[in-house]
Design a protein. Structure first.
Length: 198
C-alpha cells in the first residue's frame, strides 16, 4: 500500500530544468554557453553536494570570463525569472497530504535552496531533502535510503516522481514505484492508474 509520494524539484515542482536556467544565465552574462557549461561541469557536483557555494562558483565565473558584473546577483535574477513554481503541483501536494506523506528529494546548490525557502516552496513537503544540505545527490542510493529511514517506510510504500529517467533507475531497483514526469496531465493520469487520485 502506498503511504508516501516523493517529488523532484527542477523540471517538476519548478517549471524548468537547470540546463534552461544556465542557458539564460550565460546569455545574460554575455558568455558563450558551451564555455560556461564546460566550467559548470567541473564544479556543479561540488555545488550540489554543498562542498562549494554558488558565491564561490560565481567568483570563478567572473574571474574566468573577466566580467565586470555581479555574477551572483545576475544568476539570482535569472533564477527568479526562469524557475517558476508549478502552482498546480503545489496544490496537488497539499491535497495529497490529507492521505499521504509528501516529500521532496532535490539536487540543488545553496542559493537555489535559499530562494525556494524564501518562496515557501519547501513548506508544502515534509521532509524536503536538498542535496547541498545533506551532502548526497540523486541518483545515489544513500539519498533514497535516508528518505526511507526518515519516513519510516519501505521502498514499496513510496512513489518517486522525477523528470530525468536516469534518476528513476536506482529507486526502481530498490522497489519504489516510479513515475517519469512529462507534464501535469500525464502525472495526474498515472496517479489515477495507481488509485492515488480518483
Amino acid at each position: 500500500m502506498i503511504k508516501a509520494i516523493i517529488f523532484d524539484m527542477g523540471g517538476v515542482i519548478l517549471m524548468n530544468k537547470a540546463e534552461e536556467l544556465f542557458k539564460n544565465v550565460s546569455k545574460h552574462l554575455g558568455v558563450d554557453y558551451n564555455s560556461f557549461e564546460e566550467l559548470r561541469g567541473q564544479y556543479y557536483k561540488d555545488m550540489l553536494k554543498g562542498n562549494m557555494s554558488c558565491k564561490e562558483f560565481a567568483d570563478i565565473v567572473k574571474h574566468t570570463f573577466k566580467l565586470n558584473v555581479d555574477v551572483l546577483e545576475k544568476w539570482r535574477e535569472v533564477y527568479l525569472e526562469v524557475m517558476n513554481v508549478n502552482k498546480e503541483l503545489l496544490e496537488l501536494a497539499d491535497e495529497l497530504k490529507k492521505n499521504y506523506k509528501v516529500a521532496i528529494i532535490s539536487n540543488m546548490p545553496n542559493m537555489h535552496a535559499e530562494i525556494n525557502k524564501e518562496r515557501n516552496v519547501f513548506s508544502h513537503f515534509k521532509p524536503a531533502f536538498i542535496s547541498c544540505e545533506i551532502g548526497l545527490i540523486k541518483p545515489q542510493k544513500e539519498i533514497f535510503d535516508l528518505m526511507l529511514e526518515k519516513l519510516k517506510l519501505k521502498a514499496e510504500e513510496c512513489i518517486f516522481i522525477d523528470d530525468r529517467e536516469n534518476h528513476l533507475d536506482v529507486p526502481k531497483e530498490m522497489g519504489f514505484k516510479v513515475i517519469h514526469y512529462t507534464g501535469n496531465n500525464n502525472l495526474m493520469e498515472q496517479l489515477k492508474q495507481l488509485e492515488i487520485l480518483f
